[in-house]
Design a protein around this ligand. Structure first.
Ligand code: ZN
Length: 455
């Protein structure tokens, strides 16, 4: 039996149709090749009590994990997203390929421990600190791939095209010099990035035009046909960005995008926080995924996405850890729901239909949306990657519960200890809540941060 040929026997498994008992998953070369309910456990089966599919994290800037918690200081001038971004640029300029990779490994390890099994890395740190090119165009993309390999997380790499400081093609500012490409240089980056991720086996390569601030309409037209994979873009995160877009084009960002780009199910609109009802309708009709990052959006003071209206219309969504200020799959979904409850002054405001569990609705929606946005199959089905999370049946929050109440209790009533074990592509990467390489990765991370932050 090869390493990734495994048989799982799951006493309670969350399948697309709901909770099913005594399920055997047959896995070959990391993929599910058989799902058999009502099976009897056999010698050699890996046995789980409560098994759910691993969740995709559709939006991450891994290196920002290293500055988490360092931008929480009040100031007389009023702190904002834009002052946070200045600190982020300062941090970014201290990173070399080795330190960048060490921080990414720490972030990906924490994601796996939290139940995220694939990451969409919205990757924009491409060049040397002075803006000079590395010998290899995709040097830093290769470091993202190396961090995914070291930790075992599934990777959807989204190399970012960034060329301008503001709407209307404004020249980039010096702080952005590590990010900048022209279209030809970006095509070379993509070409090299495809080689950098090839050895991972099941990596997906897409593109990420950074935002309407950073990309001109002409560039956007050239970029989108460069990939058959996912297209991710930051959009309408801040009201200042909406105002600037209106001043530039007389249209709101999402409205402009739908008028000028072929937005469809390949697209992921990250944030889309500030949208009006017509923009909500356009996003729903296009079947694009809205990438919500509730923890980061709260941390940066972005605002609250009109999720209730979007969900009622059947909009597709997933969650991302974005700035990685805190990495926790359950907390992203909890905060998504709680933000809406606070706005609506009601409870269980997203799940539709009598008796539908909020935890189940949130988890299933985010599972499907992330799989679409990251270019994979959702759930424990034949053909999907064997990405599995075992919830700890012995955790206090899980006591005397079953079925959807396990999901509700994980998302709303437990802390991190609820994730007991994680398998990625059939291979166990987390047991008893800890990544199998935790000590080595954490030691490298600590050494790098002491150096980078000068402590
Ligand atoms: Zn982002």
């Amino acid at each position: 039996m090869k390493m990734t040929d495994v048989r799982f026997w799951i006493e309670h498994a969350l399948l697309p149709q709901g909770w099913v008992r005594d399920v055997r998953l047959q896995v070959s070369a990391g993929r599910i090749v058989g799902v058999m309910p009502g099976a009897v456990p056999e010698h050699g089966d890996v046995r789980l009590k409560i098994g759910v599919p691993g969740l995709g994290n559709l939006h991450s800037h891994a290196f920002q994990r290293g500055m988490a918690g360092l931008a929480e200081i009040g100031g007389a001038s009023g702190d904002s997203f834009w002052t946070w971004r200045e600190l982020m640029y300062t941090f970014l300029h201290r990173l070399d390929p080795d330190s960048f990779q060490a921080i990414a490994e720490q972030a990906y390890m924490e994601m796996l421990e939290a139940g995220f099994t694939r990451v969409g890395e919205f990757h924009y740190l491409h060049h040397q600190p002075d803006g000079a090119r590395y010998d290899r165009p995709a040097e830093m993309s290769a470091r993202v791939a190396a961090a995914a390999h070291a930790t075992g997380i599934g990777l959807t790499l989204l190399p970012v095209f960034y060329a301008h400081a503001d709407f209307g093609g404004a020249p980039p500012n010096p702080a952005q010099r590590r990010l900048i490409h022209d279209v030809d240089g970006f095509a070379r980056l993509l070409d090299d990035a495809s080689r950098a991720v090839a050895s991972l086996g099941d990596a997906v390569l897409g593109i990420a035009p950074h935002s309407l601030r950073a990309v001109t309409p002409e560039e956007l037209n050239v970029l989108v046909p460069l990939t058959a994979g996912p297209v991710h873009i930051h959009i309408a995160e801040q009201t200042r960005e909406v105002d600037a877009c209106l001043a530039w084009s007389s249209q709101r960002p999402v409205q402009w995008l739908y008028d000028h780009a072929p937005v469809d199910a390949r697209w992921c609109l990250v944030h889309a926080t500030h949208v009006d009802p017509a923009e909500v309708a356009a996003m729903v009709a296009s079947q694009a995924v809205v990438g919500l990052c509730p923890i980061t959006e709260a941390n940066l003071g972005d605002g609250i996405f009109p999720m209730q209206a979007f969900a009622q219309a059947g909009g597709r969504f997933g969650v991302g850890s974005d700035s990685n200020v805190l990495i926790d799959a359950a907390e992203e979904l909890r905060l998504l729901e709680y933000g809406q409850r606070l706005v609506a002054r009601g409870r269980n405001v997203l799940a539709r239909g009598d008796g539908v569990s909020s935890g189940r609705w949130l988890y299933q929606g985010a599972l499907d949306g992330a799989a679409q946005a990251l270019g994979g199959e959702a759930g424990l089905v034949v053909g999907a990657s064997a990405d599995l999370v075992e919830l700890d049946a012995g955790h206090a929050a899980m006591t005397a519960r079953s079925g959807d109440a396990w999901l509700d209790s994980w998302l709303f009533a437990a802390r991190r200890g609820a994730v007991k074990a994680v398998w990625r592509a059939g291979r166990q990467v987390v047991s008893e809540g800890r990544h199998r390489h935790r000590e080595a990765i954490a030691a490298r991370y600590a050494a790098v941060l002491h150096k980078v932050l000068g402590a």
